[in-house]
Design a protein around this ligand. Structure first.
Ligand SMILES: [Zn+2]
Length: 108
């Protein structure tokens, strides 16, 4: 993990406990090392994490799907802060073979 911290990958706006297990930390680390750090380097500017790991309580509070990959630390929602930059970021991520890439809010 070079460009991302466990703290930002587990932050929550709720007051609920969001402490990851050892297995979840491993999943988050895998995602960062195999995708996010590489994407960050190619992109060349900071990327903001909106939501990474979500404990069952947090996921429920934010209305996440019951089978959400956020529950296992296998999903991270990211943004650059602008629509055009998110589009550029999306195109970089597309080159990597990861199973799920979602443009949740039309790049905004
Ligand atoms: Zn998500």
């Amino acid at each position: 993990m070079k460009h991302f911290t466990l703290k930002e990958l587990t932050k929550t706006k709720t007051v609920l406990d969001n402490t990851p297990s050892k297995e979840i930390i491993e999943n988050l680390t895998y995602l960062v090392e195999n995708l996010l750090d590489k994407v960050r380097e190619e992109y060349g500017s900071p990327i903001t994490v909106n939501s990474g790991y979500r404990s069952p309580e947090v996921n429920k509070a934010v209305g996440g799907a019951k089978t959400s990959q956020h529950l296992t630390g296998c999903a991270v929602d990211i943004t650059t802060g602008s629509k055009s930059e998110n589009e550029r970021l999306f195109n970089i991520i597309k080159q990597y073979e990861f199973d799920q890439l979602i443009n949740e809010h039309n790049f905004s």
